[in-house]
Structures are given as C-alpha cells and as structure tokens.
Design a protein around this ligand. Structure first.
Ligand SMILES: Nc1ncnc2c1ncn2[C@@H]1O[C@H](COP(=O)(O)OP(=O)(O)OP(=O)(O)O)[C@@H](O)[C@H]1O
Ligand SMILES: [Mg+2]
Length: 226
C-alpha cells in the first residue's frame, strides 16, 4: 500500500477579491521509499501542500491518508502525536530551539512523548550526520549547514513514515547544499526513508527519483527520474 495518498485536495486563502486558490484538486500517491522532489514557481502552492500533508494546516476539501490513515479524522491530540511521530518536517530556517543543546534538540520529540532514547540509533544518526562532537553546543554556536544537520537528526529520531522538507538547502551555499542532499539520499537508500522535498534548484531536483511540478495549485507534471 502507498505511504501517502492525497485525494482531490483544495485549499483557498482569503475572501472576495483577495481570494487565492492555493491548491486546486490535487491528487498524489507516493510509495514507501520514494524520494520525490516538488518544484514550481513561487506561490504555486508547494508549501501549502506540504503543510497539509504534515498536519500543520488543514484542507478545505479532499483527503490525506498516511499509512492508510485519514488524518482529517484525527482529533487535535491525535494530530499532535501524528506530527511528532509520523512526519519529520525540515524547513529552510532550521527551527531549532535556541536554549537547548544539540542533543536536547534532537531528543525533544521523544522526550515530549516520555519515550526512551535508543542510544545506538541516536549515535548511528548523529555519526552519519557528522555532528557527534557538537552534542553539547547550542544552535547559535553552529554553522548553517550544521544546524540543518541537527534539524535532520531531530526529524529522523522517530523514524517517521515521511520526511517533508521545504527548501532545506535554500539558505546554504552550493557545497553545503550538496552535502545535505547526499545525507538525505543516504537515509532514503539505507532506511528506505520516504522523502518529499521542495526545491527551487533544478540540480537538486534531479537527485530525486521522481519530480512533481506544481503550477497555480495544480500538478502539471509528474515524472520518474531514474
Ligand atoms: N496563510 C496564508 N494566508 C493567505 N494566503 C496564503 C497563506 N499561505 C499561502 N498563501 C497563498 O497561497 C499561495 C500558495 O502559497 P505557498 O506558500 O504554498 O507557495 P509556494 O509554492 O510554497 O511558494 P514559494 O516557492 O515562494 O515558497 C500563494 O498565493 C500565497 O500567497
Ligand atoms: Mg514555499
């Protein structure tokens, strides 16, 4: 069964003359282990789609199934659990908590659920990300690339069904961007981690196995990229 199924999704913002149709009858299916790049012009609805899939925003119409579960049926409490456990969100501006150390930032999703840290898995992830000697540092003491690695570690700690990344390299130079994409590809390959990644960068989109193009809230292209 597909890990993600989006059916006839619609989202509008504003009213009257200010009305914007951000998403217009979006249908999308993603299989476990796929690495999908989402591209399209600014304002085309990419982030809106990711936010709805991640349970951060809700659609006006349509359905989102993750692992076969209809997330629109979730109560607000169930949705909070879902966001922590089932999806890993990575943003352009890292969204780390500035007064927590790197270790505590990464462990936060588990701590919020009073769950034990699996130290072996934890070490596995941070070693691959090359941040094992930064665990006691605070986010402000790290470079942009290092902060993004911490955000990726935090998103992986629950082994989510899907990683949702909104321009994760938008704030990084070319070399650091490449490193971040290589890391995401590694977790995609080794953990069969499903990834949906928004990017404006064609070179990055070409690293994905599939490229979905959105224009004016509609999917206008969906191509395999073997
Ligand atoms: N909270 C909001 N209130 C009103 N309009 C919004 C809101 N969020 C998004 N929009 C509008 O919805 C449309 C889609 O926005 P969205 O952020 O999804 O675009 P995007 O493809 O991610 O663009 P970008 O590449 O610039 O990040 C835009 O016209 C935007 O102005
Ligand atoms: Mg966006």
């Amino acid at each position: 069964m597909e890990i993600l199924k989006v059916e006839n999704l619609r989202k509008e913002y504003g009213e009257g003359n200010n009305k914007v149709i951000a998403l217009n009858s979006i249908d999308l299916e993603v299989e476990r282990g796929e690495f999908v790049a989402v591209v399209g012009p600014s304002g085309s609805g990419k982030s809106t789609l990711l936010h709805i899939i991640g349970g951060v925003d809700s659609p006006d119409f349509g359905k989102v199934y993750i692992d076969g579960n209809d997330i629109s049926k979730y109560s607000s409490k169930e949705l909070a659990y879902f966001r922590r456990r089932k999806v890993g969100l990575i943003y352009q501006f890292y969204n780390l908590i500035s007064n927590l150390t790197v270790r505590h930032n990464i462990e936060l999703p588990l701590k919020l659920d009073k769950r034990k840290i699996n130290e072996i898995e934890f070490l596995d992830i941070i070693k691959k990300l090359g941040i094992e000697n930064k665990l006691d540092s605070f986010p402000s003491e790290l470079s942009g690339g290092q902060q993004q690695r911490v955000a990726i570690a935090r998103s992986l700690i629950y082994r989510p069904s899907i990683i949702l990344a909104d321009e994760p390299t938008g704030n990084l130079d070319r070399k650091k961007s490449k490193e971040i994409i290589e890391i995401l590809k590694y977790f995609n390959k080794t953990l069969k981690q499903t990834i949906i990644l928004i990017t404006h960068d064609e070179e990055i989109a070409l690293q994905a196995g599939r490229i979905v193009t959105i224009v004016d809230g509609k999917i206008v292209g969906d191509e395999k990229n073997e």
